[in-house]
Ligand binder design. Structure first.
Ligand SMILES: Cc1ncc(COP(=O)(O)O)c(C=O)c1O
Length: 510
Protein backbone atom coordinates (compact mmCIF):
# COMPACT_ATOMS: atom_id res chain seq x y z
CA UNK A 1 0.00 0.00 0.00
CA UNK A 2 1.33 3.44 -0.88
CA UNK A 3 2.21 6.37 1.36
CA UNK A 4 -0.65 8.25 -0.25
CA UNK A 5 -3.21 5.78 1.00
CA UNK A 6 -1.75 5.49 4.49
CA UNK A 7 -1.76 9.23 4.94
CA UNK A 8 -5.43 9.38 3.91
CA UNK A 9 -6.27 6.75 6.50
CA UNK A 10 -4.42 8.63 9.28
CA UNK A 11 -6.17 11.91 8.60
CA UNK A 12 -9.65 10.59 8.48
CA UNK A 13 -12.36 11.21 11.07
CA UNK A 14 -13.85 7.87 12.23
CA UNK A 15 -16.67 6.61 10.02
CA UNK A 16 -20.06 7.18 11.62
CA UNK A 17 -21.62 4.12 13.31
CA UNK A 18 -24.14 2.14 11.24
CA UNK A 19 -27.67 3.55 11.39
CA UNK A 20 -30.55 1.06 11.67
CA UNK A 21 -33.54 3.27 12.48
CA UNK A 22 -34.67 6.83 11.83
CA UNK A 23 -33.56 8.76 14.93
CA UNK A 24 -36.44 9.95 17.12
CA UNK A 25 -34.82 13.33 17.65
CA UNK A 26 -33.36 14.94 14.56
CA UNK A 27 -29.55 14.92 14.42
CA UNK A 28 -27.74 18.23 14.14
CA UNK A 29 -27.43 19.12 10.45
CA UNK A 30 -23.84 20.36 10.77
CA UNK A 31 -22.86 17.09 12.40
CA UNK A 32 -24.51 15.14 9.56
CA UNK A 33 -22.69 17.16 6.91
CA UNK A 34 -19.41 16.36 8.68
CA UNK A 35 -20.36 12.68 8.74
CA UNK A 36 -21.09 12.80 5.00
CA UNK A 37 -17.64 14.24 4.46
CA UNK A 38 -16.13 11.41 6.54
CA UNK A 39 -18.02 8.80 4.52
CA UNK A 40 -15.92 9.75 1.45
CA UNK A 41 -12.81 8.29 3.09
CA UNK A 42 -13.03 4.81 1.57
CA UNK A 43 -14.27 5.93 -1.83
CA UNK A 44 -12.34 5.90 -5.10
CA UNK A 45 -9.99 8.88 -5.29
CA UNK A 46 -11.41 10.37 -8.50
CA UNK A 47 -10.44 14.00 -7.95
CA UNK A 48 -6.75 13.30 -8.26
CA UNK A 49 -7.29 11.33 -11.49
CA UNK A 50 -6.79 7.89 -9.88
CA UNK A 51 -10.18 6.59 -11.00
CA UNK A 52 -10.74 6.05 -14.72
CA UNK A 53 -14.48 5.90 -15.14
CA UNK A 54 -17.54 6.63 -13.01
CA UNK A 55 -16.69 10.32 -12.59
CA UNK A 56 -16.11 12.87 -15.36
CA UNK A 57 -14.49 15.92 -13.80
CA UNK A 58 -13.92 19.05 -15.87
CA UNK A 59 -12.71 21.43 -13.14
CA UNK A 60 -13.61 22.47 -9.58
CA UNK A 61 -15.07 25.67 -10.99
CA UNK A 62 -17.33 23.81 -13.43
CA UNK A 63 -18.47 21.40 -10.69
CA UNK A 64 -19.36 24.32 -8.38
CA UNK A 65 -21.30 25.88 -11.26
CA UNK A 66 -23.19 22.63 -11.95
CA UNK A 67 -24.10 22.38 -8.26
CA UNK A 68 -25.49 25.92 -8.35
CA UNK A 69 -27.49 25.18 -11.53
CA UNK A 70 -28.81 21.94 -10.06
CA UNK A 71 -29.72 23.67 -6.77
CA UNK A 72 -31.72 26.29 -8.66
CA UNK A 73 -34.11 23.46 -9.68
CA UNK A 74 -33.46 21.16 -6.71
CA UNK A 75 -37.16 20.87 -5.80
CA UNK A 76 -38.81 21.07 -9.21
CA UNK A 77 -40.21 17.95 -10.86
CA UNK A 78 -40.07 17.22 -14.60
CA UNK A 79 -43.00 14.81 -14.25
CA UNK A 80 -45.54 17.51 -15.01
CA UNK A 81 -44.44 19.83 -17.83
CA UNK A 82 -47.55 21.93 -17.33
CA UNK A 83 -46.51 22.74 -13.76
CA UNK A 84 -42.85 23.31 -14.61
CA UNK A 85 -42.71 24.86 -18.04
CA UNK A 86 -39.16 25.88 -17.22
CA UNK A 87 -37.97 22.26 -17.17
CA UNK A 88 -39.90 21.39 -20.33
CA UNK A 89 -38.24 24.28 -22.12
CA UNK A 90 -34.78 23.32 -20.84
CA UNK A 91 -35.29 19.68 -21.86
CA UNK A 92 -36.27 20.74 -25.37
CA UNK A 93 -33.22 23.01 -25.63
CA UNK A 94 -30.88 20.24 -24.42
CA UNK A 95 -32.37 17.90 -27.03
CA UNK A 96 -31.91 20.54 -29.77
CA UNK A 97 -28.31 21.24 -28.72
CA UNK A 98 -27.53 17.50 -28.78
CA UNK A 99 -29.28 17.01 -32.13
CA UNK A 100 -27.31 19.80 -33.77
CA UNK A 101 -24.02 18.42 -32.42
CA UNK A 102 -24.87 15.00 -33.89
CA UNK A 103 -25.84 16.44 -37.29
CA UNK A 104 -29.56 15.88 -36.87
CA UNK A 105 -31.95 18.08 -38.87
CA UNK A 106 -34.99 19.88 -37.49
CA UNK A 107 -37.06 16.67 -37.60
CA UNK A 108 -34.84 15.01 -34.99
CA UNK A 109 -36.69 14.78 -31.68
CA UNK A 110 -36.03 13.13 -28.34
CA UNK A 111 -36.18 13.29 -24.58
CA UNK A 112 -33.80 13.51 -21.68
CA UNK A 113 -33.41 10.39 -19.56
CA UNK A 114 -31.74 9.57 -16.26
CA UNK A 115 -28.70 7.96 -17.89
CA UNK A 116 -27.36 5.61 -20.52
CA UNK A 117 -29.18 2.59 -19.18
CA UNK A 118 -32.56 4.29 -19.36
CA UNK A 119 -31.79 5.51 -22.89
CA UNK A 120 -30.97 1.96 -24.03
CA UNK A 121 -33.99 0.48 -22.24
CA UNK A 122 -36.13 3.01 -24.06
CA UNK A 123 -34.59 2.27 -27.47
CA UNK A 124 -35.59 -1.38 -27.18
CA UNK A 125 -39.04 -0.60 -25.78
CA UNK A 126 -39.70 1.98 -28.52
CA UNK A 127 -38.72 -0.33 -31.38
CA UNK A 128 -40.66 -3.22 -29.85
CA UNK A 129 -43.79 -1.05 -29.75
CA UNK A 130 -43.14 0.34 -33.24
CA UNK A 131 -42.89 -3.24 -34.54
CA UNK A 132 -46.24 -4.08 -32.92
CA UNK A 133 -47.78 -1.53 -35.30
CA UNK A 134 -45.67 -2.05 -38.42
CA UNK A 135 -44.82 -5.78 -38.25
CA UNK A 136 -47.84 -7.31 -36.53
CA UNK A 137 -46.65 -10.86 -37.27
CA UNK A 138 -43.85 -10.52 -34.72
CA UNK A 139 -44.74 -12.46 -31.58
CA UNK A 140 -41.23 -12.99 -30.27
CA UNK A 141 -39.27 -9.80 -31.01
CA UNK A 142 -35.49 -9.96 -31.45
CA UNK A 143 -32.63 -7.50 -31.67
CA UNK A 144 -29.17 -8.08 -33.12
CA UNK A 145 -26.29 -6.54 -31.18
CA UNK A 146 -22.50 -6.63 -31.27
CA UNK A 147 -21.08 -8.95 -28.60
CA UNK A 148 -19.37 -5.84 -27.16
CA UNK A 149 -22.56 -3.75 -26.90
CA UNK A 150 -23.31 -2.36 -23.47
CA UNK A 151 -24.89 -4.71 -21.00
CA UNK A 152 -27.83 -2.32 -20.48
CA UNK A 153 -29.23 -3.71 -23.76
CA UNK A 154 -29.10 -7.15 -22.15
CA UNK A 155 -31.04 -5.75 -19.21
CA UNK A 156 -33.59 -4.25 -21.63
CA UNK A 157 -34.05 -7.61 -23.36
CA UNK A 158 -34.56 -9.20 -19.96
CA UNK A 159 -37.06 -6.56 -18.79
CA UNK A 160 -39.05 -6.25 -22.00
CA UNK A 161 -39.10 -9.85 -23.22
CA UNK A 162 -36.97 -9.19 -26.28
CA UNK A 163 -34.52 -11.85 -27.44
CA UNK A 164 -30.95 -10.70 -28.00
CA UNK A 165 -28.88 -12.23 -30.78
CA UNK A 166 -25.21 -11.47 -30.23
CA UNK A 167 -23.13 -10.85 -33.34
CA UNK A 168 -19.42 -11.64 -33.04
CA UNK A 169 -16.77 -8.97 -33.34
CA UNK A 170 -13.63 -9.27 -35.45
CA UNK A 171 -9.99 -9.11 -34.37
CA UNK A 172 -10.29 -5.31 -34.48
CA UNK A 173 -13.18 -5.55 -31.96
CA UNK A 174 -15.68 -4.15 -34.49
CA UNK A 175 -18.89 -6.04 -35.12
CA UNK A 176 -18.90 -8.40 -38.10
CA UNK A 177 -21.56 -6.86 -40.36
CA UNK A 178 -22.06 -10.09 -42.34
CA UNK A 179 -22.81 -11.88 -39.08
CA UNK A 180 -25.35 -9.17 -38.20
CA UNK A 181 -26.95 -9.70 -41.61
CA UNK A 182 -27.19 -13.47 -41.04
CA UNK A 183 -28.67 -13.02 -37.57
CA UNK A 184 -31.48 -10.71 -38.70
CA UNK A 185 -34.80 -12.29 -39.63
CA UNK A 186 -38.53 -11.53 -39.81
CA UNK A 187 -38.61 -11.04 -36.03
CA UNK A 188 -35.82 -8.44 -35.86
CA UNK A 189 -37.11 -5.14 -34.47
CA UNK A 190 -33.74 -3.32 -34.21
CA UNK A 191 -30.02 -3.63 -34.81
CA UNK A 192 -27.44 -1.56 -32.96
CA UNK A 193 -23.83 -0.46 -33.03
CA UNK A 194 -21.72 1.46 -30.52
CA UNK A 195 -19.78 4.68 -30.96
CA UNK A 196 -17.60 3.70 -29.24
CA UNK A 197 -18.16 0.42 -27.43
CA UNK A 198 -17.07 0.64 -23.79
CA UNK A 199 -14.73 -2.36 -23.32
CA UNK A 200 -12.11 -1.63 -26.00
CA UNK A 201 -12.98 1.88 -27.17
CA UNK A 202 -13.62 1.29 -30.87
CA UNK A 203 -16.49 2.34 -33.11
CA UNK A 204 -18.56 -0.31 -34.84
CA UNK A 205 -18.81 0.16 -38.64
CA UNK A 206 -21.91 2.34 -38.43
CA UNK A 207 -22.03 3.23 -42.14
CA UNK A 208 -22.08 -0.46 -43.12
CA UNK A 209 -24.68 -1.17 -40.43
CA UNK A 210 -26.70 1.76 -41.79
CA UNK A 211 -26.70 0.28 -45.31
CA UNK A 212 -27.77 -3.09 -43.90
CA UNK A 213 -30.53 -1.47 -41.83
CA UNK A 214 -31.88 0.33 -44.88
CA UNK A 215 -31.66 -2.81 -47.06
CA UNK A 216 -33.65 -4.77 -44.54
CA UNK A 217 -36.00 -2.00 -43.39
CA UNK A 218 -34.89 -2.37 -39.76
CA UNK A 219 -34.21 0.55 -37.36
CA UNK A 220 -30.58 1.14 -36.34
CA UNK A 221 -29.77 2.50 -32.88
CA UNK A 222 -26.30 3.90 -32.22
CA UNK A 223 -25.25 3.70 -28.59
CA UNK A 224 -23.11 6.81 -28.21
CA UNK A 225 -23.59 7.03 -24.47
CA UNK A 226 -19.83 7.40 -24.11
CA UNK A 227 -19.08 9.03 -27.45
CA UNK A 228 -22.03 11.37 -28.00
CA UNK A 229 -20.39 14.33 -26.28
CA UNK A 230 -16.80 13.28 -27.02
CA UNK A 231 -16.51 12.17 -30.67
CA UNK A 232 -17.90 15.45 -32.13
CA UNK A 233 -15.07 17.28 -30.38
CA UNK A 234 -12.44 14.68 -31.32
CA UNK A 235 -13.44 15.49 -34.90
CA UNK A 236 -13.45 19.24 -34.30
CA UNK A 237 -9.90 19.20 -32.91
CA UNK A 238 -8.80 17.70 -36.21
CA UNK A 239 -8.60 13.94 -35.67
CA UNK A 240 -10.20 11.44 -38.02
CA UNK A 241 -13.40 9.80 -36.78
CA UNK A 242 -15.42 7.48 -39.07
CA UNK A 243 -18.88 8.90 -39.70
CA UNK A 244 -21.33 7.45 -37.19
CA UNK A 245 -24.11 9.94 -36.34
CA UNK A 246 -27.25 11.21 -38.13
CA UNK A 247 -25.08 11.80 -41.22
CA UNK A 248 -25.43 8.04 -41.77
CA UNK A 249 -28.82 7.65 -43.49
CA UNK A 250 -29.75 4.32 -41.86
CA UNK A 251 -29.29 5.60 -38.28
CA UNK A 252 -32.73 6.04 -36.73
CA UNK A 253 -31.77 6.85 -33.14
CA UNK A 254 -28.79 7.76 -30.94
CA UNK A 255 -28.26 7.70 -27.18
CA UNK A 256 -25.72 10.16 -25.73
CA UNK A 257 -24.93 10.67 -22.07
CA UNK A 258 -24.62 14.19 -20.73
CA UNK A 259 -23.31 12.93 -17.40
CA UNK A 260 -20.28 11.34 -19.07
CA UNK A 261 -18.30 13.46 -21.55
CA UNK A 262 -21.00 16.17 -21.43
CA UNK A 263 -19.50 16.85 -17.96
CA UNK A 264 -22.93 17.64 -16.49
CA UNK A 265 -24.50 16.41 -13.25
CA UNK A 266 -25.31 12.72 -12.77
CA UNK A 267 -28.73 11.56 -13.94
CA UNK A 268 -28.66 12.99 -17.47
CA UNK A 269 -28.63 11.44 -20.94
CA UNK A 270 -30.56 12.03 -24.17
CA UNK A 271 -32.21 9.68 -26.61
CA UNK A 272 -32.75 11.18 -30.04
CA UNK A 273 -34.83 9.78 -32.91
CA UNK A 274 -34.73 10.76 -36.57
CA UNK A 275 -38.36 11.91 -36.34
CA UNK A 276 -41.57 11.70 -34.32
CA UNK A 277 -42.66 8.50 -36.13
CA UNK A 278 -40.16 6.72 -33.86
CA UNK A 279 -40.33 8.80 -30.66
CA UNK A 280 -44.11 8.51 -30.36
CA UNK A 281 -43.68 4.81 -29.54
CA UNK A 282 -41.58 5.72 -26.49
CA UNK A 283 -44.43 7.57 -24.78
CA UNK A 284 -46.75 6.06 -22.18
CA UNK A 285 -50.34 7.19 -21.76
CA UNK A 286 -52.90 5.81 -19.27
CA UNK A 287 -56.38 7.22 -19.68
CA UNK A 288 -58.42 5.52 -16.95
CA UNK A 289 -56.37 5.86 -13.77
CA UNK A 290 -58.47 7.37 -10.95
CA UNK A 291 -55.55 9.73 -10.37
CA UNK A 292 -56.23 11.31 -13.77
CA UNK A 293 -54.99 10.94 -17.35
CA UNK A 294 -51.29 10.14 -17.01
CA UNK A 295 -48.72 10.85 -19.70
CA UNK A 296 -45.05 10.03 -19.37
CA UNK A 297 -42.28 10.50 -21.95
CA UNK A 298 -39.73 8.11 -20.40
CA UNK A 299 -39.38 5.50 -17.65
CA UNK A 300 -39.52 7.37 -14.31
CA UNK A 301 -42.49 9.19 -12.90
CA UNK A 302 -40.83 11.96 -10.93
CA UNK A 303 -37.92 13.45 -12.89
CA UNK A 304 -35.24 15.38 -11.01
CA UNK A 305 -35.30 19.04 -12.10
CA UNK A 306 -31.70 19.53 -10.97
CA UNK A 307 -30.26 17.09 -13.54
CA UNK A 308 -32.14 18.83 -16.37
CA UNK A 309 -31.11 22.32 -15.26
CA UNK A 310 -27.47 21.32 -14.77
CA UNK A 311 -27.37 19.74 -18.25
CA UNK A 312 -28.92 22.84 -19.83
CA UNK A 313 -26.51 25.16 -18.05
CA UNK A 314 -23.46 22.88 -18.29
CA UNK A 315 -23.64 22.49 -22.08
CA UNK A 316 -23.79 26.24 -22.59
CA UNK A 317 -21.17 27.12 -19.99
CA UNK A 318 -18.69 24.72 -21.56
CA UNK A 319 -19.46 25.67 -25.15
CA UNK A 320 -17.82 24.03 -28.16
CA UNK A 321 -14.51 25.69 -27.30
CA UNK A 322 -14.55 24.39 -23.73
CA UNK A 323 -15.32 20.83 -24.88
CA UNK A 324 -12.59 21.01 -27.54
CA UNK A 325 -10.05 22.15 -24.96
CA UNK A 326 -10.95 19.26 -22.60
CA UNK A 327 -10.96 16.77 -25.48
CA UNK A 328 -7.54 17.90 -26.72
CA UNK A 329 -6.10 17.29 -23.23
CA UNK A 330 -7.79 13.90 -22.92
CA UNK A 331 -6.45 12.87 -26.35
CA UNK A 332 -2.96 13.97 -25.34
CA UNK A 333 -3.24 11.88 -22.17
CA UNK A 334 -4.33 8.90 -24.31
CA UNK A 335 -1.42 9.35 -26.72
CA UNK A 336 1.02 9.42 -23.81
CA UNK A 337 -0.59 6.40 -22.15
CA UNK A 338 -0.54 4.38 -25.38
CA UNK A 339 3.08 5.29 -26.08
CA UNK A 340 4.06 4.47 -22.49
CA UNK A 341 2.24 1.13 -22.48
CA UNK A 342 3.88 0.21 -25.82
CA UNK A 343 7.18 0.63 -24.01
CA UNK A 344 6.32 -1.78 -21.15
CA UNK A 345 7.44 -5.30 -21.93
CA UNK A 346 4.67 -7.87 -21.35
CA UNK A 347 1.57 -5.77 -21.98
CA UNK A 348 -0.01 -4.11 -25.03
CA UNK A 349 -2.83 -1.74 -25.98
CA UNK A 350 -5.87 -3.23 -27.71
CA UNK A 351 -8.63 -1.33 -29.58
CA UNK A 352 -8.50 2.25 -28.27
CA UNK A 353 -9.05 4.02 -31.60
CA UNK A 354 -10.60 7.38 -32.51
CA UNK A 355 -11.66 8.14 -28.94
CA UNK A 356 -10.47 8.74 -25.39
CA UNK A 357 -10.58 5.16 -24.12
CA UNK A 358 -7.39 3.15 -23.60
CA UNK A 359 -7.47 -0.61 -22.94
CA UNK A 360 -4.42 -2.78 -22.26
CA UNK A 361 -3.94 -6.51 -21.96
CA UNK A 362 -1.18 -9.08 -21.45
CA UNK A 363 1.32 -9.68 -24.23
CA UNK A 364 3.31 -12.37 -22.41
CA UNK A 365 2.31 -15.64 -20.77
CA UNK A 366 3.78 -14.70 -17.39
CA UNK A 367 1.75 -11.48 -17.06
CA UNK A 368 -1.51 -12.07 -15.24
CA UNK A 369 -3.67 -9.01 -15.91
CA UNK A 370 -5.70 -9.37 -12.73
CA UNK A 371 -2.57 -9.68 -10.60
CA UNK A 372 -1.21 -6.49 -12.21
CA UNK A 373 -4.59 -4.87 -11.50
CA UNK A 374 -4.26 -5.81 -7.81
CA UNK A 375 -0.80 -4.26 -7.72
CA UNK A 376 -2.15 -1.06 -9.24
CA UNK A 377 -4.97 -1.05 -6.71
CA UNK A 378 -2.46 -1.37 -3.89
CA UNK A 379 -0.71 1.66 -5.34
CA UNK A 380 -3.93 3.70 -4.98
CA UNK A 381 -5.55 3.34 -8.43
CA UNK A 382 -9.19 2.38 -8.97
CA UNK A 383 -8.94 -0.34 -11.62
CA UNK A 384 -11.60 -1.35 -14.15
CA UNK A 385 -10.97 -5.07 -14.81
CA UNK A 386 -12.55 -6.65 -17.90
CA UNK A 387 -12.78 -10.20 -19.26
CA UNK A 388 -12.66 -12.19 -22.54
CA UNK A 389 -9.81 -11.35 -22.78
CA UNK A 390 -8.60 -10.20 -19.37
CA UNK A 391 -7.80 -6.53 -19.84
CA UNK A 392 -7.92 -3.18 -18.06
CA UNK A 393 -10.03 -0.28 -19.28
CA UNK A 394 -9.22 3.41 -18.87
CA UNK A 395 -11.84 6.05 -19.65
CA UNK A 396 -9.54 9.02 -20.01
CA UNK A 397 -10.42 12.68 -19.38
CA UNK A 398 -8.42 15.90 -19.15
CA UNK A 399 -8.25 15.26 -15.40
CA UNK A 400 -5.89 12.34 -16.09
CA UNK A 401 -3.26 14.28 -18.02
CA UNK A 402 -1.32 15.29 -14.87
CA UNK A 403 -1.14 11.68 -13.57
CA UNK A 404 -0.10 9.88 -16.77
CA UNK A 405 3.54 9.62 -15.66
CA UNK A 406 2.52 8.29 -12.21
CA UNK A 407 0.27 5.70 -13.84
CA UNK A 408 2.95 4.52 -16.25
CA UNK A 409 5.53 4.30 -13.45
CA UNK A 410 3.17 2.27 -11.24
CA UNK A 411 2.12 0.08 -14.16
CA UNK A 412 5.75 -0.64 -15.05
CA UNK A 413 6.46 -1.58 -11.42
CA UNK A 414 3.29 -3.65 -11.16
CA UNK A 415 4.07 -5.69 -14.29
CA UNK A 416 7.65 -6.29 -13.12
CA UNK A 417 6.42 -7.35 -9.67
CA UNK A 418 3.91 -9.84 -11.08
CA UNK A 419 6.51 -11.39 -13.38
CA UNK A 420 8.89 -11.74 -10.46
CA UNK A 421 6.21 -13.15 -8.12
CA UNK A 422 4.06 -15.60 -10.13
CA UNK A 423 2.34 -16.76 -6.92
CA UNK A 424 0.34 -13.48 -6.65
CA UNK A 425 -2.00 -14.55 -9.43
CA UNK A 426 -3.60 -17.11 -7.15
CA UNK A 427 -4.21 -14.65 -4.32
CA UNK A 428 -6.92 -12.15 -3.43
CA UNK A 429 -8.80 -10.36 -6.16
CA UNK A 430 -6.59 -11.76 -8.92
CA UNK A 431 -7.65 -15.27 -8.01
CA UNK A 432 -11.31 -14.34 -7.81
CA UNK A 433 -11.40 -12.39 -11.10
CA UNK A 434 -9.26 -15.00 -12.85
CA UNK A 435 -11.58 -17.75 -11.76
CA UNK A 436 -14.79 -15.86 -12.51
CA UNK A 437 -13.54 -15.09 -16.03
CA UNK A 438 -12.50 -18.66 -16.77
CA UNK A 439 -15.16 -20.89 -15.21
CA UNK A 440 -16.68 -22.41 -18.35
CA UNK A 441 -20.11 -23.01 -16.84
CA UNK A 442 -21.35 -19.42 -16.74
CA UNK A 443 -24.44 -20.42 -14.72
CA UNK A 444 -22.08 -21.12 -11.81
CA UNK A 445 -20.57 -17.66 -12.13
CA UNK A 446 -24.04 -16.17 -12.23
CA UNK A 447 -25.00 -18.09 -9.12
CA UNK A 448 -21.89 -16.86 -7.31
CA UNK A 449 -22.54 -13.26 -8.40
CA UNK A 450 -26.15 -13.46 -7.23
CA UNK A 451 -24.90 -14.71 -3.86
CA UNK A 452 -22.64 -11.65 -3.64
CA UNK A 453 -25.63 -9.43 -4.42
CA UNK A 454 -27.67 -11.13 -1.70
CA UNK A 455 -24.82 -10.45 0.72
CA UNK A 456 -24.51 -6.82 -0.32
CA UNK A 457 -28.22 -6.09 -0.22
CA UNK A 458 -29.05 -8.34 2.72
CA UNK A 459 -29.75 -7.13 6.25
CA UNK A 460 -26.10 -6.41 7.01
CA UNK A 461 -25.39 -4.86 3.61
CA UNK A 462 -21.72 -5.83 3.19
CA UNK A 463 -19.80 -3.32 1.05
CA UNK A 464 -16.93 -5.69 0.30
CA UNK A 465 -17.80 -8.43 -2.22
CA UNK A 466 -15.35 -10.79 -0.47
CA UNK A 467 -17.38 -10.49 2.77
CA UNK A 468 -20.62 -10.71 0.86
CA UNK A 469 -19.76 -14.04 -0.76
CA UNK A 470 -22.14 -16.76 0.22
CA UNK A 471 -21.03 -20.03 1.73
CA UNK A 472 -22.60 -22.30 -0.87
CA UNK A 473 -21.05 -25.64 -1.73
CA UNK A 474 -19.41 -24.24 -4.85
CA UNK A 475 -17.83 -21.35 -2.93
CA UNK A 476 -16.53 -23.59 -0.18
CA UNK A 477 -15.07 -26.02 -2.67
CA UNK A 478 -13.42 -23.20 -4.62
CA UNK A 479 -12.09 -21.54 -1.45
CA UNK A 480 -10.53 -24.80 -0.26
CA UNK A 481 -9.05 -25.86 -3.59
CA UNK A 482 -8.40 -22.43 -5.06
CA UNK A 483 -4.89 -23.09 -6.37
CA UNK A 484 -5.83 -26.39 -7.97
CA UNK A 485 -8.99 -24.91 -9.47
CA UNK A 486 -7.04 -22.04 -11.03
CA UNK A 487 -4.40 -24.39 -12.43
CA UNK A 488 -7.09 -26.64 -13.89
CA UNK A 489 -8.91 -23.67 -15.41
CA UNK A 490 -5.65 -22.39 -16.91
CA UNK A 491 -5.06 -25.73 -18.57
CA UNK A 492 -8.66 -25.86 -19.75
CA UNK A 493 -8.33 -22.34 -21.09
CA UNK A 494 -5.14 -23.18 -23.00
CA UNK A 495 -6.55 -26.37 -24.45
CA UNK A 496 -10.21 -25.62 -24.95
CA UNK A 497 -10.34 -21.79 -24.76
CA UNK A 498 -9.66 -21.05 -28.43
CA UNK A 499 -12.04 -23.82 -29.55
CA UNK A 500 -14.81 -22.58 -27.22
CA UNK A 501 -14.24 -19.00 -28.43
CA UNK A 502 -14.46 -20.13 -32.09
CA UNK A 503 -17.65 -22.07 -31.35
CA UNK A 504 -19.19 -19.06 -29.63
CA UNK A 505 -18.14 -16.78 -32.48
CA UNK A 506 -19.86 -19.09 -34.96
CA UNK A 507 -22.99 -19.16 -32.82
CA UNK A 508 -22.85 -15.39 -32.30
CA UNK A 509 -22.85 -15.78 -28.51
CA UNK A 510 -20.84 -13.91 -25.98
C1 LIG B 1 -21.44 2.49 -24.29
C2 LIG B 1 -22.28 2.64 -23.04
N1 LIG B 1 -23.62 2.58 -23.12
C3 LIG B 1 -24.40 2.69 -22.04
C4 LIG B 1 -23.87 2.86 -20.78
C5 LIG B 1 -24.77 2.92 -19.57
O1 LIG B 1 -24.73 4.20 -19.00
P1 LIG B 1 -25.20 4.49 -17.50
O2 LIG B 1 -24.17 3.89 -16.61
O3 LIG B 1 -25.25 5.98 -17.46
O4 LIG B 1 -26.53 3.89 -17.29
C6 LIG B 1 -22.49 2.93 -20.64
C7 LIG B 1 -21.88 3.08 -19.33
O5 LIG B 1 -20.68 3.11 -19.18
C8 LIG B 1 -21.68 2.80 -21.79
O6 LIG B 1 -20.34 2.83 -21.71
Amino acid sequence: MTALRLQKEDDRRPAPPPVRTVPVKGVDRGELLAQLEALHADDADWKSGRCFSLVYHASDEHTAFLKAASSAFFSENGLNPMAFKSLKRMELEVVRMAASLLHGDDDVVGTMTSGGTESLLLAIKTYRDLAKKTKPWIVFPEVVLPATAHVAFDKAGHYFGVKIRWAPVGKDWRVDVDAVRHLTNRNTIMIAGSAPQYPHGVLDPIEALGRLAQDKGIPLHVDACVGGFMLPFVEKVGRHVPVWDFRVPGVTSISADLHKYGYTAKGASVILYRNMEFLKHQFFVATDWPGGIYISPSIPGTRAGGAIAAAWAGLQAMGVEGYCALTAKALLACDQLKAGIAGIDGIKVIGSEHCTIVTWTAAAKDVDVYAVADQLQDRGWHVDRQQHPACVHLTVTANHLPVVDDYLRDLTDAVAYVRAHPEVKSRGNAAMYGMMAKVPVRALVKQAALKVMEGMYGKDGATDPAQAQGDGLVDRFVARHQDAVIRALDVLDDVAGPAVARFKQRRGRR
